[in-house]
Design a protein around this ligand. Structure first.
Ligand SMILES: *[C@@H]1O[C@H](CO)[C@@H](O)[C@H](O)[C@H]1NC(C)=O
Ligand SMILES: *[C@@H]1O[C@H](CO)[C@@H](O)[C@H](O)[C@H]1NC(C)=O
Ligand SMILES: *[C@@H]1O[C@H](CO)[C@@H](O)[C@H](O)[C@H]1NC(C)=O
Length: 416
């Protein structure tokens, strides 16, 4: 599986795999390197390189030769984007650069690049999360496990429009509950409900795992329960955990889920719970799409069959990481932001001018950044997945199966 992912990455993406990575948070040394590089390319090769593309290449490639290959391919005008051997140079005028010529000409370029990568490595900058919108022909592949993405925070969504729709929906409902993070939804992992192997009485490990969950003070059941009860759990809790067979539709039918308007984030740890099989000639469909429709901000589900022991390890690791993150959240920041929010509501009611609301927003941002400084960067759900994959006994066979649908979902602390 590891070899397969690596060869897929090499043969399909080549040096351009850096394009899959999330945007780097601000970095001064990347900026200076970029300016040097664009002027150099412009003076020597008359190439008006796209700054954003160069930034991605410089910030995302793992070694110098990859960066050079990308830049060479940019230098060969109108060249196809595949590997250099197949460039149709003969049809173009040879006075333009070939890959080989460009390489020999670029001693200085090489020096620039190696300087930049050296500095970047020392700086160690964080990246923004990635949301992938996959075509129906490739959505069954474990993209998250390509070597370039395996340590990153990656989400899947069925379309670009669905991203803003889901954010709007979660924000609309969380706004009423006093959610505070400006852009993305957040959940309290302690406000969870679990459903554990409901029909599987022979599972001897069930007790042990349930004890673990109880120990974490989570609510839930390890026996069959009514649809109404489960629907209520999805509506009233922040997180729903399912460990059992398949996609859980035997307990929570698709139609009942879709009726919910504000659904909990979900861990569906059954076999193939996250796969989207083709339905005849129609678009692929799976239960995760129903959860997304119901407004669930994030759903971690499996692309293929898993073993219950290993997937429990995975679930435990994700859950522990979420709870740990929750425990590091300081109460002060939250109350400060909350207070400000109530202030901003009050003031916009009074003056109702744009300038006033802008002012409070700026102050809000200030407080937010101050909070982040004291607590470090806030992690969201999918950022815990890479460590959870490695916690499995079969990190590639089982650990590669779970993927996260939805949008970046932070951790918050509610008063329970
Ligand atoms: C191609 O390059 C040669 C010089 O190498 C030049 O004489 C010729 O005009 C160029 N042709 C075109 C179409 O640019
Ligand atoms: C956002 O969601 C609310 C609640 O569902 C809906 O009324 C509103 O039209 C949505 N806005 C946009 C821009 O989609
Ligand atoms: C859920 O799983 C069952 C059994 O594997 C399957 O028949 C059904 O189509 C799945 N439901 C959805 C919505 O994917």
């Amino acid at each position: 599986m590891f070899l397969w992912c690596r060869s897929l990455e090499q043969s399909w993406l080549g040096p351009w795999k850096c394009l899959l990575l999330g945007e780097l948070l601000h970095s001064t040394c990347l900026d200076t390197a970029l300016i040097k590089m664009t002027t150099f390319l412009k003076c020597n090769f008359e190439l008006n390189a796209n700054q954003n593309l160069l930034r991605v290449i410089l910030g995302g490639s793992s070694c110098i030769s990859e960066i050079e290959e990308c830049i060479c391919q940019m230098l060969v005008p109108k060249c196809c984007i595949t590997r250099s051997e197949s460039c149709p140079n003969k049809k173009l005028n040879i006075s333009s650069f070939t890959c080989a010529q460009a390489k020999s000409l670029s001693g200085f370029l090489h020096q620039l690049i190696s300087e930049a990568t050296y500095k970047l490595e020392a700086e160690c900058i964080e990246r923004r999360p990635v949301i992938m919108v996959l075509d129906s022909d490739v959505q069954m592949l474990p993209w998250e496990n390509l070597p370039v993405l395996r340590k990153e925070e990656v989400y899947r969504m069925p379309s670009v429009g669905s991203i803003s729709a889901l954010i709007n929906l979660t924000f609309y409902y969380q706004g009423q509950f006093g959610g505070h993070d400006a852009t993305f939804p957040s959940i309290d992992p302690l406000d969870a409900f679990y459903l554990l192997h409901p029909t599987d009485n022979s599972n001897c490990r069930k007790g042990e795992f349930e004890d673990w969950l109880r120990d974490k003070k989570l609510k839930g059941k390890a026996e069959t329960s009514s649809v109404e009860e489960l629907v209520l759990a999805l509506k009233s809790h922040d997180l729903f955990l399912y460990f059992g067979h398949g996609n859980g539709t035997q307990f929570l039918p698709k139609d009942e889920i879709e009726k919910i308007s504000s659904c909990a984030a979900t861990l569906l740890m059954g076999c193939s719970s996250g796969s989207l099989p083709f339905v005849g000639c129609y678009n692929p469909h799976g239960i995760v799409l129903s959860y997304l429709l119901a407004g669930s901000p994030a759903i971690i589900a499996n692309l293929w069959e898993v073993t219950d022991k290993d997937i429990e390890r995975f679930g435990k690791t994700v859950l522990s990481a979420c709870l740990k993150e929750r425990s590091t959240l300081s109460h002060e920041c939250r109350t400060l932001v909350d207070e400000l929010e109530s202030v901003s509501i009050g003031s916009s009611e009074v003056s109702a001018t744009r300038i006033a609301s802008k002012g409070t927003k700026l102050r809000n941002d200030n407080i937010n950044s101050r909070c982040k400084e004291t607590t470090g960067r806030r992690s969201s759900i999918a950022s815990f997945m890479s460590q959870a994959r490695e916690a499995c006994v079969f990190p590639f066979l089982i650990g590669a199966s779970p993927v996260c649908y939805g949008v970046p979902t932070g951790i918050r602390k509610k008063d329970l």
